[in-house]
Design a protein around this ligand. Structure first.
Ligand code: GDG
Length: 463
């Protein structure tokens, strides 16, 4: 099978870049989901007659290919049991925790694996149908690690790239996986395998050498059949200029002032924005803040914390437990430290439009990003992009990929609560000149390395 389709660039991702929405009159439509990936790829997709393959987010429905705002979308059907086994199970109950330092215990179930293989095969077959002869196919993320090899078997004429958005773990962790060899061989079906950090790329190369026995020379792996696979880092980024432009609008400025006002005009506002996920270190950061209030290093007149926790993977047991733990802690801190009209932690379990996110970034004096492990962390970069006044302080975990680029943040070890308390206080008390010097350096970094450059670098190397 070769050249049956017409797309010269095919993106294969777990999700399509749209969400299904029901209008007031009961009809169903699609809304573009905001995200850096779509923004970055949209221009290249238009130029190259591109197609995007992915799941609609709705189980058990078959949807025919359709166009959305000029993007050609190819839906994949997932049954409810596949959502449970492939998506919630193997992707989010096995791979996600395993690849994040086993912060939560990964579960290994053979039925989950079988479903993962089956669904990966479906994505590969669809990509094989859609791609034109010699087309470029770019497969995204941990849910689809078997697709590159499956697709190459069907379509050896294609250029195949793979990008992992989350960390790639060292052998000490990866080797727990009963299907470790299949995953490595799945990825080796690509011509180019991209990682967030050089560390992920070298973990991968080391494992390929040790477990499969292929030779490797720096970032090039030599396969016995003469093919070469490159494994390299491409740190992902954001559309930094678009974020800054949004933050500069009068509407966002007004909303930022209003947020501070509604918080009671405290001297300083701390902010956390995360998907409610156990890798993000939300509990530990709120505990650190609570102790600073308890021990009178801070007072609710001086400082309040706004924590946005976007609902995520709510059907997975560990996520429900985490939500309860965080909510109990927030309740306790607010009960102990709050006063009438002044809550210590404004906790919001909700998701917001981009404008509101930008207003929150503008309203925050100290942004607190403390994951135990994170591939990159775009929230940290978005905060920096919105601080065009060169003011504001970023407290950032050294275990976020972003820490390799944002060296001028107040870097912390999220396992060290006292260390975090000290960093929160330093960021809180830093003088304006120090804040400006650090922010300026970080802004230079992200303005020069935006998501368009990320996509262009990857695609240039792939082609
Ligand atoms: C994975 C990796 C890597 C969040 N809440 C709302 C909202 N968001 C947006 C943020 C940001 C994105 O979601 C989250 O990205 P992160 O990078 O912070 O984290 P993950 O979701 O875990 O992403 C990560 C990333 O992939 C990309 O490769 O950096 O390491 O784990 O853009 O702004 N957006 C809106 N409303 C919300 O309520 N509009």
């Amino acid at each position: 099978m070769s050249g049956t389709g017409s797309a010269d660039l095919v993106i294969v991702a777990n999700r399509l870049p749209v969400d299904s929405v029901t209008e007031a009159d009961g009809s169903q439509t699609w809304r573009r989901s905001p995200g850096g990936l779509v923004t970055a790829l949209e221009p290249v997709m238009r130029e190259a007659d591109g197609a995007w393959i992915g799941w609609t987010g709705v189980p058990d429905v078959e949807v025919a290919p359709f166009d959305n705002e000029g993007l050609s979308l190819v839906p994949i059907r997932l049954s409810s049991s596949e959502v449970e086994e492939f998506y919630e199970g193997f992707s989010n109950g096995t791979l996600w925790p395993l690849y994040h330092d086993a912060v939560a215990k990964p579960e290994f179930h053979r039925e989950w694996w079988e479903s993962y293989e089956l669904v990966n095969e479906r994505f590969a077959e669809r990509a094989a149908e859609v791609a034109a002869t010699g087309a470029t196919v770019w497969v995204q993320d941990y849910q689809l690690q078997l697709v590159p090899a499956m697709l190459r078997r069907l379509r050896p004429d294609l250029r195949i790239g793979f990008y992992l958005h989350i960390p790639f773990p060292p052998g000490e962790l990866f080797n727990q996986l009963p299907w470790r060899r299949q995953i490595l061989e799945g990825l080796l079906g690509a011509d180019l395998v991209g990682f967030q950090l050089p560390g992920g790329a070298s973990n991968f190369i080391r494992l390929v050498r040790a477990r499969i026995g292929h030779r490797a020379n720096r970032d090039r792996i030599h396969l016995p059949e003469g093919r070469e696979v490159r494994a390299t880092a491409y740190p992902i980024s954001i559309d930094a200029r678009a974020f800054e432009a949004l933050a500069r609008t009068p509407a966002v400025a007004a909303r930022a002032a209003e947020i501070r006002d509604q918080l009671g005009n405290p001297r300083k506002v701390f902010l956390g924005i995360d998907r409610l996920d156990y890798t993000k270190g939300i509990y530990a950061r709120l505990r650190a803040f609570g102790e600073l209030l308890r021990d009178d290093h801070l007072d609710v007149e001086d400082a309040v914390f706004v924590q946005v926790a976007t609902p995520s993977r709510e059907r997975v047991e560990q996520y429900r437990i985490l939500r309860d733990e965080i909510e109990r802690l927030v309740g306790r801190i607010n009960g102990d430290e709050g006063r009438i009209g002044r809550v210590a932690i404004s906790y919001l379990h909700s998701s917001y439009p981009r404008e509101e996110m930008a207003a929150l970034y503008r309203a925050a004096d100290v942004m607190v990003v403390t994951p135990y492990r994170d591939g990159m962390n775009l929230v940290a970069k978005e905060y920096v992009a919105c601080r065009f006044d060169n003011d504001g302080a970023l407290v950032l975990s050294e275990f976020a990929g972003a820490a390799e680029e944002l060296r001028q943040a107040w870097l912390v070890n999220p396992y060290d609560i006292n260390g975090m308390k000290a960093a929160l206080m330093h960021a809180f008390a830093a003088d304006p000149r120090t804040r400006a010097r650090r922010m300026r350096a970080m802004r230079r970094q992200i303005m020069e390395h935006d998501v368009a450059r990320w996509a262009a670098d990857f695609l240039a190397d792939l082609r």
